[in-house]
Design a protein around this ligand. Structure first.
Ligand code: CA
Length: 241
C-alpha cells in the first residue's frame, strides 16, 4: 500500500532528537508534518491546520499529552474548530500496563511505548489513517451548493470539484466552521498563518479574493467581505439571481 501523501500528521514532542528523527522520516515517507513542542502549540496546530492524525508524547513541558487527548475528544468540532474524531497515537516512555490502559481510556486510538521502532510506528499510522479515511464522507460540511470535505480536502460547488490551494482551504475551513459568524481579519490571519501580525492582512485579502472568485461560479456568492471587520461565509443567499 502506498502512503497517502495528502495526509498531514501533527507531531507533539518536546524531545528534539525524537522530534527531528520522526519528522525527517515521516516527511521522507510522503507525509506533511507539522510539529509542536508542547500542548499550547499543539492546540494551536489542531485549531488551524486540521491534521489528519496526531502523534503525541505524554510528558510535555506544559502538561500531559493525555489531557490533550481528553480535550480533543470533548471538542464539539464547531466552536473549538477541532475535529473530536482526529486519530491520536500516544508515544510514551511509561511502559507499565496501567499507563497504557489509561491512555486508551482517555480516547487515544493507539499507544506505543518508547523506545519503539520507526517501522512499527509507521505501520500503525497507516492503519489508523486507513480506518479514518474509510469513514464515509466523515466531517464534510455542506453550505448551500458548497461542500467542504476536511478529510479528502475536496471542495465542490454544484458537485463540481474546485481547485484550491492549501491556504485557501484552511481559510475556507475556518469560515465554514460557523456560517453565521463574521471572523475578524486578526482571527483569520492567526488561524491560517499562525501569526498575530496584521502585516499579513493583505495576504489574507488576496487569498480571500481568489477564493471568492473560485466560489462564485454559480449564481451565489459565498465569501462576504465585511468592510473594516473581516470575512464571513454566506449561506448561498446573497447575489442570487
Ligand atoms: Ca517528553
Amino acid at each position: 500500500m502506498i502512503d497517502d501523501p495528502r495526509s498531514t500528521i501533527l507531531l507533539i514532542e518536546d524531545d528534539p532528537a525524537t522530534r527531528t528523527f520522526l519528522a525527517d522520516n515521516l516527511t521522507a515517507d510522503g507525509y506533511t508534518i507539522r510539529v509542536a513542542r508542547g500542548l499550547r502549540e499543539g492546540v494551536h496546530e489542531l485549531r488551524t491546520q486540521f491534521p489528519d492524525l496526531v502523534v503525541l508524547d505524554v510528558g510535555l513541558p506544559d502538561g500531559s499529552g493525555l489531557d490533550l487527548v481528553r480535550a480533543v475528544r470533548r471538542a464539539d468540532g464547531i466552536t473549538e474548530r477541532i475535529d473530536p474524531k482526529t486519530p491520536m497515537l500516544v508515544l510514551s516512555g511509561r511502559a507499565n500496563e496501567l499507563d497504557r490502559i489509561r491512555g486508551l481510556e482517555q480516547g487515544a486510538d493507539d499507544y506505543l511505548t518508547k523506545p519503539f521502532g520507526y517501522g512499527e510506528l509507521r505501520c500503525r499510522i497507516r492503519a489508523l489513517l486507513r480506518r479514518t479515511q474509510d469513514r464515509p464522507t466523515h466531517g464534510a460540511v455542506r453550505v448551500g451548493a458548497l461542500v467542504v470535505d476536511p478529510v479528502s480536502r475536496e471542495v465542490r460547488l454544484d458537485d463540481v470539484p474546485i481547485e484550491v490551494s492549501q491556504k485557501e482551504f484552511a481559510l475556507l475551513r475556518v469560515l465554514v466552521s460557523d456560517v453565521t459568524r463574521v471572523f475578524t481579519k486578526e482571527e483569520l490571519v492567526q488561524a491560517v498563518w499562525g501569526t498575530k501580525s496584521l502585516g499579513s492582512s493583505r495576504t489574507l485579502d488576496s487569498h480571500a479574493c481568489r477564493l471568492r472568485q473560485k466560489l462564485s461560479g454559480s449564481e451565489h456568492q459565498y465569501i462576504l467581505n465585511v468592510w473594516g471587520v473581516g470575512y464571513r461565509l454566506l449561506d448561498g443567499g446573497a447575489g442570487a439571481a
